[in-house]
Write a protein that binds this ligand. Structure first.
Ligand code: ME8
Length: 624
């Protein structure tokens, strides 16, 4: 039977230091794509790994007093453990020191040399160890590396060169005739401009050190680390020893890389493939950087955020969701722990988690714990539109957009609770009750399927609480078809899906640079007790144009407050609505009326704008 294949890769990371949230960003994105394509029944091959050669690694090992091999073996354990923590479902983990890979690099070199694409020459120039790159005098910036501003040293050595220029026109033509090949568009334009300037021959071997793939045709030389590294993508697919497997998986469908290495992939890698007579990848996608207050996170800058610590604090789903949802894939984005907490609280705890707990609670209360049989649906069209937007977005690698579509469906369900008011339908014995409850549960069931590429724990819990018998690990994309939830299924209420994360004062790695003045400790904020109150009565205060007197319900008590909002709000418009109230303010007398509390409002050009909850909540609900 024919099964569509999907081959997705991440860069192979340098193990010169612990990996950080930036590396997790690419890898979680690739993982979500891999899981989505598996859900669609495709034969997925998801590759990640380590780029273990080069002087930088050799230097690090020497600094630790161990051999490079011992050093990279040790690092490999940490990296695999990190991916296990983030639940990365890779199919292969390639290491460039493996014999299977060294053989491929040697074979690639041999072929290119034999056909005259590679020739022996001499290199003279400046070498940046940090970037493993050569620079000509004119490219240096104030005598330093133009990329990392690090020191460079003068090098003169015999080197093999790859005639990149031979393939420049063919590459340009490929880029122009394959709009999906190189994305996003801004990077494609950069690459086209770069290639048009003319491509210099590339030095592809090194003689100064030996921590690299040795080349039988070039005694004393090792392969340049980028030639070595890029080749990993075909080694893992079976080149050249397993032609059947290679024919199955190559070309890669999506190669994800950070924007700084698009050039290596779009130019050097693709020209290598052309020279070998192999197909180019379907798509290379250069995503943006996660930055910390304006600067790129980098191992050498020491400003990195450890994903393991975040997973321990917030759970794997919160971290994965944040990485996928926060920033449109392709753009640069800012990382902060506060943003992660906010995302988790708003999208996962409030919207998704509340929908689940309200739905299961109402099915228990109004339907004896069993999913009712519906007569018709009001949410089906919304859900189907969201799911088709999700599919489109996933296909376009708009990972954040796909999750946003799921969010819209969840928000529509929460809103449906407010407008349909199942408690009223139940009281009146209205048969619409069954339709509403079924709709809510069914939205949750399909949302769980659509979220399962991104979240690795919550979707299973959603299905479990809904009483779905099958484990979600067996779900396929067909399961998003509306109506899969069997009426009569007994729900199993459980713990909140995502407990709200209370803001805590922590030494946030990211916020270290934030100004410390004018800030108050969290304890001060907690002293102010805020609650949601429902307005029961409202009237003008005689003789005071701007004042309204409100009687509000705090759940456990009623209070009267006086507030200066009469210019912007008519009393009758307030009754039945909700406000946010400072509950523990000392009472005061205003125009003879005792005011026992204060409402919150924004001020805008002399007007006041009331702050209200996003949806109705029980009177007295705390605000934090
Ligand atoms: O470049 N934001 O390895 P590397 C987003 N070995 N992504 C980030 C990031 C950030 N702040 N920091 C790192 C190498 N990344 C080579 C690759 S491939 C044949 C060889 C991610 O360890 C992003 O994917 O420096 C970036 O391209 C990659 O890590 C660089 O990892």
């Amino acid at each position: 039977m024919f099964m569509k294949k999907f081959y997705v890769t991440t860069p192979i990371y340098y193990p010169n230091d612990k990996l950080h949230i930036g590396h997790a960003y690419t890898t979680v994105a690739a993982d979500a794509l891999a899981r989505y394509h598996r859900l669609r029944g495709e034969d997925v091959f998801f590759l990640t790994g380590m780029d273990e050669h080069g002087q930088k690694i050799a230097d690090r090992a020497a600094a630790e007093g161990v051999s490079p091999q011992v050093f990279v073996d040790r690092m490999a354990e940490g990296i695999r453990a990190l991916w296990a923590t983030l639940r990365i479902s890779y199919d292969d983990f390639i290491r460039t020191t493996e014999p299977r890979h060294e053989r491929t690099v040697q074979e690639v070199f041999r072929r290119l040399l034999a056909q005259g694409d590679i020739y022996l020459g001499r290199y003279e120039g400046w070498y940046c160890t940090a970037c493993e790159s050569y620079w000509t005098e004119t490219k240096l910036v104030e005598g330093r590396c133009p990329v990392c501003s690090g020191p460079v040293s003068r090098l003169q050595e015999e080197s093999y060169f790859f005639r990149l220029g031979r393939y420049a026109d063919r590459l340009l033509q490929h880029i122009e005739t394959h709009p999906r090949f190189l994305q996003p568009e801004s990077r494609r334009n950069e690459m086209v401009a770069f290639i048009r300037q003319g491509l210099e021959d590339l030095s592809v071997t090194r003689t100064g050190f030996d921590w690299g793939v040795k080349l039988p045709e070039a005694a004393g030389h090792v392969a340049y680390v980028w030639i070595d590294a890029l080749t990993n993508y075909i080694t893992a697919a079976g080149y050249p020893d397993d032609p059947e497997r290679f024919a199955r998986y190559w070309p890669a469908d999506v190669q994800l890389v950070g924007k700084e290495i698009v050039r290596f992939h779009a130019i050097i890698w693709c020209i290598m493939l052309m020279a070998l007579g192999l197909e180019l990848p379907e798509r290379i996608f250069g995503h943006g950087w996660l930055v910390l207050s304006g600067e790129k996170m980098s191992k050498s800058r020491g400003n990195v955020v450890d994903p393991v610590v975040l997973v321990e604090r917030y759970g794997v789903d919160a971290v994965r969701y944040f990485l996928l949802r926060e920033v449109p894939f392709g753009a640069d984005g800012t990382y902060s722990e506060a943003a992660l907490r906010l995302r988790t609280n708003v999208d996962l705890a409030n919207d998704l988690g509340n929908l689940l707990s309200r739905t299961t609670a109402m099915i228990e209360r109004f339907a004896q714990g069993k999913v009712p049989a519906p007569r018709s649906s009001e949410l089906r069209a919304v859900a189907e539109a969201a799911l088709s937007e999700y599919e489109r977005a996933m296909g376009a690698l708009e990972l954040s957009g796909a999750l946003e579509a799921v969010g819209r469906m969840v928000a529509a369900a929460n809103k449906h609770i407010e407008t349909a008011a199942p408690w009223t339908l139940s009281r009146k014995g209205d048969p619409r009750l069954g339709d509403v409850l079924y709709d809510l549960a069914e939205v949750l069931r399909v949302a769980a399927v659509a979220l399962s590429p991104a979240l690795v724990e919550a979707p299973a819990e959603i299905w479990r609480q809904l009483g779905v018998e099958r484990p979600i690990s067996e779900a396929t994309w067909d399961d998003v078809a509306w109506g899969g939830l069997v009426p009569g299924t007994r729900v199993r209420r459980g713990a909140p899906l995502f407990p709200r994360i209370e803001a805590e004062e922590r030494s946030e790695p990211a916020a270290a640079a934030a100004a410390a003045d004018e800030r108050i400790p969290i304890e001060d904020v907690r002293r102010v007790k805020l609650v949601v109150a429902t307005v029961l009565e409202a009237r003008r205060v005689e003789g005071a144009e701007r004042l309204l007197e409100l009687v509000v319900d705090l759940g456990s008590e009623r209070r009267t407050i006086v507030s200066g909002i009469a210019a912007d709000y008519a009393p009758e418009a307030l009754v039945g609505g909700q406000i946010v109230l400072v509950k523990n303010l000392k009472p005061s007398k205003i125009r003879g009326v005792r005011s026992d509390g204060m409402l919150l409002a924004a001020s805008e050009a002399g007007h006041v704008v009331l702050l209200r909850p996003d949806r109705a909540v029980p009177a007295g609900s705390p605000v934090s």
